[in-house]
Design a binder for this molecule. Sequence first.
Ligand code: PMP
Length: 401
Amino acid sequence: MSETLLARRRESLSPSYRLFYDEPLRPVRGKGVWLYEEDGTACLDAYNNVVPAGHCHPRIVAAVAAQTAQLNTHTRYLHQTILDYAEALLATFPAALNRATFTCTGSEANDLAIRVARHVTGGTGIIVTENAYHGVTLATAEISPSLGAKMPLGAHVRTVPAPAEGMDFSAAVRAAIKDLQRHGIKPALLVVDTIFSSDGVFADPPGFLATAAEAIHEAGGLFLADEVQPGFGRTGSAMWGFARHELMPDMVSLGKPMGNGYPAAGLVAQSHVIDAFGQNIRYFNTFGGNPVAMAAALETLRVIQEEKLMENAATTGAYLMAGLKARHQVQAVRGDGLFIGAELADGALASRVVNHMRAHGVLISASGPAGNVLKIRPPLVFTPAHADILFSALDGALADG
Ligand code: PMP
């Protein structure tokens, strides 16, 4: 069956699509932290951050189904749910971040942030980290060096190394600003995934991003916290990854976990920034902010808050990190809450471990420029008992080498 599907994919889908794992997974059903294949094989999902409340959470399924059966339109009619959600969402941010714009994808949110930054600053220069990923649109692909050399960065883009511990990240940002200025390019935006997921997961020390934000502000640019990966409580210590750095972003992009799998994303911004854009330029995103997307997002946020999933991310995350640190083949463990990077000797070993664990029913992945950092990012309903299952699969994989 899988062979047939593989052949049909090759025939009818763009080769841009990539499958995970040497032995591709074919789940037909999901529940909580489990994905099930047709023959009933259960796989422990320690990777899918798009479902913070777990696969097919009954409350979110019911909210989506009820709104789908009642009405689905767009943001050009009055509707209460978008306001209920915007208010609930903004309440999780510092007061200065007080306006929301809804999109369907994180890419669109980042794309909009680039447009806003250009409009407000009059500049075009953008600074990102060396192995960043920020999206699929042309503007966001041009600031996504992790796509590789065949997707050239824009001439207005400069990269800075990911912030390995001990490094002066703000000095690198200041050097990039100088380089832009030397080329006659006015800096518009510093974009940072606040957990540095595709760069290999860098969380510590808390606070190191604050001086980088200061540097871009001094140069007349804006700071965008890309919270598509760390946001919505995943880091355990706070709802938003930027909070651990004690800084105030001008804009924050959101996506992946926002609708527990239903497409919902957005940009939260300070009013003095977004109003200067919005008063001049119309933004209508046909599906963004539609009643079903907002029902999904509202119920997801309520579940995260009422089921105390952020608190669970902190406790289960600490348990996972301690267990990973105890494995001698693991050279470094970085992260916060349920966003964890575990560094192995090289990318080949990490790839063998990921595939071995998959064959034994535990799903993780690897990231970083060398592909040697195991990326562990489960639904936020993951418990220490699930972590023990992960450890035993990891030990088997490491023993196998
Ligand atoms: N920013 C980051 C940090 C991401 O990881 C991603 C998706 N992997 C995006 C933006 C783009 O989000 P989407 O795929 O929803 O367009």
